[in-house]
Design a protein around this ligand. Sequence first.
Ligand code: ZN
Ligand code: ZN
Ligand code: ZN
Length: 370
Amino acid sequence: MTPTLTPNRAADRLRRAADEATRLGYEALLLAPSPDLRYLCGYEPMPLERLTMLLLAADREPTMIVPELEAPLAAASPAGGVMTLAPWRDGVDPYALTASLLPRAGRVAVGDRLWATHLLGLQAASPGLSFSPAADVMAGLRAKKDPDELDALRRAGAAADRTFADVIAMSFAGRRELDVAADLADLLVAHGHDRADFTIVASGPNAASPHHEPGERTIAEGELVVLDFGGALDGYFSDTTRTVAVGEVSAEAREVHEVVRRAQAAACDAVRPGAAAQDVDRAARRVIEEAGYGDRFIHRTGHGIGLEVHEPPYVIEGNELVLAPGMTFSVEPGVYLEGRLGVRIEDIVAVTDDGVERLNTSPRELRTVA
Ligand code: ZN
Ligand code: ZN
Ligand code: ZN
């Protein structure tokens, strides 16, 4: 079932966002077309040179400054009935219009997807205001998923798991990375994704580059291959990684895989309400450091996931954010040996009332493919 944002839920999210902005001392919260806007209104038009902007403030109804020609679309969105539209026609200055709806002075929070050209226009039209990133308002709201969002993420995870089960039944040796990537993309859609968003296939030495772009390289017997893939399902993302062995691989490859598997398990075990995000990173890093590969684990352990593939909270040393039920993020340690091989294992997890729920259940032991 599609988690369509109901007008009631949109109204509730809009109210909570406005309250949070007020609590943090902002006069207003301004959001351009972005996942933030979709989260609050169920409306995400293409960002364009014409200004579309949601304005939330303590003392007014949610207001959307919208090009007149797109006003019917905004009105038809889930939040259409609970916001006031402020349409503007081509030729009118939308920044002056926005400024006329804002106080003369104070702090305003702006979404991080607002184009620089729009922000510069706003700044020029409202010299008494100072602008700050809205991430501190929106990240906390979006981090804790409601039951419908969790359900969508669960279904996306299950569809990614079925994709993995199918792809390892196919042959790898003798085919190009691009061919396996095309299979992954087809399978993601066949298993229910709206679309495939990324399909990393990194073979042999290419696997030492975590975000390798699949290319012409032909996969050979005896290599490890990192498969990192995902897409959106009902707007919510999957993102999973498994590293497979093509036939017999070296003892070193098997050892590195086992270290990463243990690190990933330790990190998942560290996920529970009350723990800090950085505790999860530390749990993974400790295992990899003790095995002697500490300086080859070259990225954070994970990222939040939801309407975006990468969103807060980030699982990294220094993030003291306290984990709470409903938060969803990836746990994806890796070890990368330049010029030789790479291993990464990634699952999406959800913080529950008393621990962790894994949204990916594909086997984590080293799988051998043909
Ligand atoms: Zn990544
Ligand atoms: Zn990934
Ligand atoms: Zn990821």
